[in-house]
Structure formats: C-alpha cells, structure tokens
Design a protein around this ligand. Structure first.
Ligand code: FES
Length: 102
C-alpha cells in the first residue's frame, strides 16, 4: 500500500542538538511556540502540508528559521504575521518573495 505523503513540507528550526535537547537561538526566540499556530493555519486552510521541527539551520542570527519544500524557500525571523503571509502565498503556489532569506 502506498504511503500518504504531504504536498508541502514545512521545516521549523527548533534548535535540536545531537543530545535531542532544544537549546539554541530559534528555540529561545519562541520557534516552538509557533508550531501550533502553523498547524492550525494549515488545517484551517486545508493545505496538505506537514510540519517538522528540526535541528539548527546554522542561520541562528536570522532565527526563528523556517524552510518550505517544494521550492527550498528559506524564511527568517518568522512570527505569526509572517506565517500568514507565507501561507497566503503558498496557497497560490508562490513564495513570499519579500520575506525570503537570500
Ligand atoms: S538555532 Fe535555528 S538556525 Fe540555529
């Protein structure tokens, strides 16, 4: 039986270290508090997206960092307002160009 895969995969830095302990900058800046907001928005919008919290993307000074696939779009200093803008664009299959880390 084929497994069900999401169309969109959103990675949110939770600063995990090899010990499994979240200890870095994004976590301190509240990245994990944004996960439930993100999950709820995805449900409300009916997006076939999966959210995964990750280890450090090595862009800590831009944290909290979020990466969206497909597209490999990287965003920094995310908050609820930016998540809304990013998801609005995602619904149009576009990146939120003005928020992209370059
Ligand atoms: S802790 Fe998030 S990018 Fe380093």
């Amino acid at each position: 039986m084929a497994i069900k895969k999401p169309d969109i995969h959103i990675l949110v830095c939770a600063s995990f270290r090899t010990t499994g302990e979240p200890k870095g900058v994004c976590h301190r800046k509240g990245s994990t508090d944004l996960l439930s907001y993100l999950e709820n928005e995805i449900l409300d919008r009916g997006l076939n997206a999966q959210v995964t919290s990750t280890g450090c993307f090595k862009l800590c000074d831009k944290g909290p960092v979020m990466v969206v696939h497909p597209g490999n779009h990287w965003y920094g200093e995310i908050d609820e307002e930016k998540i809304d803008q990013i998801l609005d664009k995602l619904e149009e299959n576009q990146p939120a160009a003005e928020l992209l880390l370059t």
